[in-house]
Design a protein around this ligand. Structure first.
Ligand SMILES: [Zn+2]
Ligand SMILES: [Zn+2]
Length: 363
């Protein structure tokens, strides 16, 4: 069937809308009619071509309706509302332990731009697909059933896509990976979609002090409304000292959502004895900290993928908290018509939008 998709060919500032041919779902796959999709920083980084082959349809925070089931799909019906998260193999030890974000095949399955057999679902193989098992910058997508998580039909589907990546990456890091709890203290570096989700999650689990650090003062104001107890502008001198001073001894946890090498250092310097620093992305540029001094005293440094969370188990819980007003992730969202993907990309780049969401089809 003919679909409209935003294609990254690497020579334009943002993906451009084109008509493509989408093939039928194969065994274990479903055809999803997209209602909306979030834009994540990974899309921005992959658009010019970093890990993924081009041309490709990006997008990995899709929300939509199941339209057709491939052979052997179980647990879904036509008409189900779903959100799409990362892809995983289902067979490796991590997947079997319900930790699919650490799937042995996460890189090829999420960034490879194709099925494991090398085929793609777009334009007879001319355009790469299956980005994070979805390629959701499109009116329709073919997705492996492992990528989809069923959602209740009374929920506003157009808001839910970002739960599948940005929100779970932040909230899962705090709740599932770091296991922050009652009475704990945490510093969150960077108050974009991932960082603010972490702040909301830290409040949810009863953290005593939640310190937000960012260069953007407007974002810090929002962080305060969403649960930060202390806000520190990153442009000032002595940030690490100021974070340590909040508790008098440093924080139990830090969570770094940035790629700035100096922030990777700072996120370790703020730790109290026995503290743990979590991060999501590699430093961009040279990083050579004094590791021994930083990790002495029981301190740990941990890379966290996808919030450590099993989407099928974790996302329905977040939705429940959202229904109760205790996890207002929708305050991070700004909506754009699909045709204005260039404006949404520009606003994501500039930071004008925290989490842009493209509206693609009727709910
Ligand atoms: Zn993402
Ligand atoms: Zn696996």
């Amino acid at each position: 069937m003919k679909i409209t998709a935003a294609v990254s060919r690497g020579d334009t500032p943002s993906p451009a809308l084109e008509q493509l041919e989408l093939e039928e779902p194969r065994a274990g796959e479903m055809r999803i009619r997209l209602v909306a999709t979030g834009i994540c920083h990974t899309d921005l980084h992959e658009h010019p071509g970093r890990h993924s082959p081009h041309p490709i349809v990006l997008g990995h925070e899709g929300a939509g309706v199941v339209e057709k089931l491939g052979e052997g799909v179980t647990g879904f019906e036509v008409g189900d509302h779903v959100i799409l998260s990362g892809n995983s193999c289902g067979q490796c030890p991590s997947c079997k332990a319900n930790r699919p974000t650490y799937c042995d095949f996460a890189m090829p399955l999420c960034f490879g731009g194709q099925r494991p057999d090398g085929s793609t679902s777009l334009d007879g193989g001319q355009v790469h697909s299956h980005f994070f098992g979805q390629s959701s910058f499109a009116t329709y997508a073919i997705v492996p059933q492992r990528t989809a998580v069923k959602m209740d039909k009374d929920l506003p589907l157009e808001k839910l896509g970002p739960l599948g990546c940005g929100v779970v990456t932040g909230a899962g890091a705090v709740i599932e990976a770091l296991k922050v709890g009652y009475g704990d203290t945490i510093a969150v570096f960077g108050t974009g979609g991932v960082g603010l989700s972490a702040v909301m999650a830290a409040r949810l689990v009863g953290a005593r002090r939640i310190v937000a650090v960012d260069i953007n003062r407007e974002r810090l104001e929002l962080a305060r409304e969403l649960g930060a107890t202390d806000c520190i502008p990153a442009a000032e001198d002595g940030v690490a000292k100021k974070v340590r001073a909040v508790t008098g001894r440093g924080v139990d946890f830090s969570f770094n959502t940035t790629t700035v090498p100096e922030v990777h250092t700072m996120a370790l310097e703020v730790l109290a004895m026995n503290g743990t620093a979590g991060f999501v992305a590699a430093p961009r540029g040279e990083w050579a900290p004094k590791m021994f001094a930083m990790l002495a005293g029981g301190r740990q440094l941990r890379g966290i993928l996808g919030g450590d969370a099993h989407p099928g188990l974790f996302l329905p819980k977040l939705v429940d908290y959202w229904r109760q007003g205790r996890f207002p992730f929708d305050r991070l969202l700004s909506f754009y018509p699909f045709a204005e993907i260039d404006r949404a990309f520009a606003d994501a780049h500039s930071g004008k939008a925290i989490k842009p969401v493209l509206l693609i089809g009727e709910p």
